[in-house]
Design a protein around this ligand. Structure first.
Ligand code: ADP
Ligand code: MG
Length: 322
């Protein structure tokens, strides 16, 4: 099978909203009248972002999910995406499963694959995504205000515990997960649910938002820095994933506060929005938890149950950290 047969078989579907989709030098797209485009890209490299033997259906899902999560964090409505993929060889069963996982999630969110690039090389997947947003409505990182509550969606910690389990680091500490715990943690790592509906609903409610991809403390630092404020978190309020609550406390704290790959939304909102957010949580059937507040100052300060500072030096995941 040559490159064009491969693109035709696995990555080409009839055009939906695009004026022109896969097959020409460029795709042609027309955003809805008066809307701005929100653009983001995320790359997944084998051995760095995922275990090379991960299930290809799940990988297809995740490659798109992490991009949808960025649109969600901006409050944007997903529209189009491109997929650039480097493959070491043509493996048809792998490609079929990968594209099935990718398109299942694409269909769920009405996002259309309109182009990309396909090359031989070490397994790498780069998705670029475009969404649409009403002018002035985007959930930016620079809008947090002193006195805001800090909220997070979902429950945290399981994804990074899955990484510890799969890399043998739990066994190294004599910790064994039950089959159910393993399944739940693996699901959270491999099949994140981008919070697109939540992001849309937060327009006009949240002052600032981002998705938790590199660890809550490190990610919140971006909101604090861009908004010129400090963030204070209370460990006792944090929503710990029930799948990890029998692990040692220090491991839970590390996972919840510094674990990446969560793809939950962290946002700030005025205290006057508490009732609206509780109602939204019920409507979306998604936990929304108040975890701290925005104060004057700088940085992110998490406190343990006894008030002592927790993981004060923690930074978000950094590919080039010394
Ligand atoms: P060009 O050489 O002009 O960059 P290519 O030969 O790389 O075009 O690709 C042919 C067409 O297939 C283009 O429309 C491109 O966007 C699309 N395409 C290539 N790879 C993919 C992919 N993995 N998924 C979707 N579309 C793809
Ligand atoms: Mg090309």
């Amino acid at each position: 099978m040559n490159e064009f047969e491969l693109i035709g078989r696995y990555f080409t579907r009839p055009a939906q909203r695009a004026v022109l989709g896969v097959g020409d030098d460029c795709a042609l797209l027309a955003p809805a009248q008066g809307r701005q485009l929100a653009i983001s890209a995320d790359m997944l490299v084998a051995g760095r972002h995922f275990f090379p033997d991960v299930d290809p259906y799940r990988l297809g899902h995740k490659a798109l999910a992490v991009n949808l999560s960025d649109l969600a964090a901006m409050g944007a409505q997903p529209s189009w995406c491109t997929l650039s993929i480097a493959l070491p060889a043509v493996d048809e069963a792998w490609l079929a499963a990968f594209s099935a996982g990718f398109f299942a999630l694409a269909d769920l969110h009405g996002v259309e694959l309109v182009g990309g690039d396909t090359t031989r090389g070490p397994l790498t997947i780069a998705v670029q995504i475009a969404g649409e947003i009403e002018p002035g409505q985007a959930l930016r990182r620079d809008g947090a205000r002193i006195g805001d509550d800090i909220w997070v969606s979902g429950v945290l910690g399981a994804a990074s515990v899955a990484v510890l389990a799969r890399s043998g680091k739990l066994a190294g500490q004599g910790i064994v997960l039950s089959a159910e715990q393993q399944a739940r943690c693996g699901e959270r790592l491999d099949m994140p649910t981008p919070r697109v509906a939540l992001g849309r609903a937060l327009r006009g409610i949240a002052h600032a938002a981002l998705d938790v991809s590199d660890g809550l403390l490190g990610d919140l630092r971006h909101i604090a820095a861009r908004s010129g404020v400090a963030a204070e978190l209370d460990w006792l309020q944090l929503p710990v994933d029930p799948a990890i609550i029998n692990l040692p406390l220090a491991m839970q704290q590390q996972a919840v506060l510094t674990g990446g790959d969560e793809y939950e939304l962290c946002f700030t909102a005025a205290t006057a929005q508490r009732a609206a957010l509780q109602a939204l949580s019920v409507e979306l059937d998604l936990p929304l938890t108040r975890i701290g507040r925005i104060t004057a100052g700088e940085g992110v300060h998490a406190r343990a149950g006894d008030g002592s500072p927790l993981l004060a030096g923690a930074r978000g995941f950094d590919h080039f950290a010394a």
